[in-house]
Design a protein around this ligand. Structure first.
Ligand code: GDP
Length: 209
């Protein structure tokens, strides 16, 4: 059984000072609005409505924490970040995103790694690139090319190559895993879980207590 299937809601953070006083590893889930982030979290955690999409642009600007760990124990947190880049979002929303979510990606000590959801048909947009700049090249990244079922095999491979090139330009290296993902066909689910669980386990080995 995957560790991720133990995920349960932990807390919502709307302001920096509400962040948990914990050193357990945190994995951030980020993506443009409508990239398929909520759907991906729910499939990875095998839950119907753990994360839910906000249809109102800018309504959810908070970070949602989900704890993972067997029984009562907590091994780490999955952190669902607010979506961004909604065309209809009011101007102040981007500033709000930057002040909490951007700062979180840049400064949060326990942040171990990030999972970036990209709609396979849109690839890496400028706003996604700005997010990677917040994250910095030192922190590990996993890219899920969501809704891969919408493209044929050749187009999927071409999109993956294009994203690898974009990442190499933006991150200075091309080592980040890029997985073809689909919630509909479950493609890439096991591979993505293995990467995320590996990050949480590695962090445990470094901080045994
Ligand atoms: P979020 O705003 O990033 O949380 O995006 P959602 O998870 O709400 O997904 C946005 C839309 O894409 C919804 O209509 C989903 O049903 C659809 N979607 C998400 N994942 C997939 C997928 O793997 N395949 C297909 N065909 N559609 C998907």
């Amino acid at each position: 059984m995957s560790l991720l299937t133990t995920a349960r809601f932990h807390t919502t953070v709307a302001q920096w000072r509400q962040l948990p006083r914990s050193t357990l590893p945190e994995i951030a889930f980020v993506g443009r609005s409508n990239a398929g982030k909520s759907t991906a979290i729910n499939v990875l955690c095998q839950r119907r409505r753990l994360a839910f999409a906000s249809n109102t642009p800018g309504r959810t600007q908070a970070l949602n924490y989900f704890a993972v760990g067997r029984e009562e124990a907590i091994d780490g947190f999955l952190v669902d970040m607010p979506g961004y880049g909604y065309a209809a979002a009011p101007g102040g929303v981007r500033a709000t995103w930057d002040a909490l979510a951007g700062r979180y990606l840049h400064e949060r000590g326990p942040l171990r790694a990030a999972v970036l959801m990209l709609d396979i048909r849109r690839r890496l947009t400028e706003r996604d690139g700005a997010l990677l700049d917040w994250l910095g090249a030192q922190r590990p990244l996993l890219v899920l090319l969501t809704k891969s079922d919408k493209l044929g095999t050749a187009e999927q491979a071409a999109a993956r190559r294009a994203v690898l090139t974009q990442l190499a330009q933006r991150r200075g290296h091309a080592r980040d895993p890029v997985i073809l993902f689909s919630a509909t066909t479950r493609r890439g689910v096991d591979d993505a879980r293995a990467v995320i669980e590996g990050w949480i386990r590695d962090a445990e080995k470094k901080n045994p207590d």
